[in-house]
Each structure stands twice: as C-alpha cells, then as structure tokens.
Write a protein that binds this ligand. Structure first.
Ligand SMILES: [Cu+2]
Length: 103
C-alpha cells in the first residue's frame, strides 16, 4: 500500500509537469533549431502593433500541441494581404513570425 501511494504521487508530479509544459509553451526559449514552419488559421490581426493571434496546428519540431496564441511578426507589411479566418503557413523564429503565406 505504501509503495502504491508513492507511485501515485510520482505520477501526479509528472502529469502536472506535462500539462504546464503544454499551457505555457508560449514562453519557451528560442529553439536551437532556428526557423520552424507552422500552419494554422489567423484569428486576429493587429497590423498596428504587428501581432497576430493564430490557432496553430501542432508543431512537432517544437513539441507544441495545437493551440491559439499570439505571435509577433517581423514586418507589419506582411499582414496587409491577410484577413482573420485566412489559413496560413508561417515561419517561426522563437516567438516571431518571419514569413507568412497563404496555406
Ligand atoms: Cu501555441
């Protein structure tokens, strides 16, 4: 019985660690891999501040699950031809989108 409780406690720790990882992956450091490509749907475009909210698909290279999150864009002009609802493909360097194109 004692052994079982210890095993459950260990499971609890690793499970909560995993979910925190998923929830706050937006704060992760820049991956060593450099530019990574992602796909998703534009939810919100803020051309003035140069940021977008994307419901992105899982990004395997970063071990990110699918989620909706904000990104900065390297150049605001890149956003001119997009609308909320557009399906896009984007290059990501850290938390910044360096290129974006229709999917
Ligand atoms: Cu995300």
């Amino acid at each position: 019985m004692k052994t079982m409780l210890i095993a459950l406690a260990a499971l609890g720790v690793s499970a909560s660690g995993a979910s925190a990882h998923g929830q706050d992956h937006g704060d992760h450091a820049v991956p060593a891999a450099g530019v990574v490509e992602g796909t998703g749907v534009l939810k919100k475009i803020d051309a003035k501040s140069g940021s977008v909210t994307i419901a992105h698909d899982p990004i395997k290279a970063l071990n990110w699950p699918a989620m909706t999150m904000p990104f900065k864009v390297a150049d605001k002009a890149m956003l001119a031809k997009f609308k909320a609802g557009s399906k896009v493909r984007f290059d990501l360097k850290g938390q910044t989108i360096t290129a974006i194109r229709p999917q």
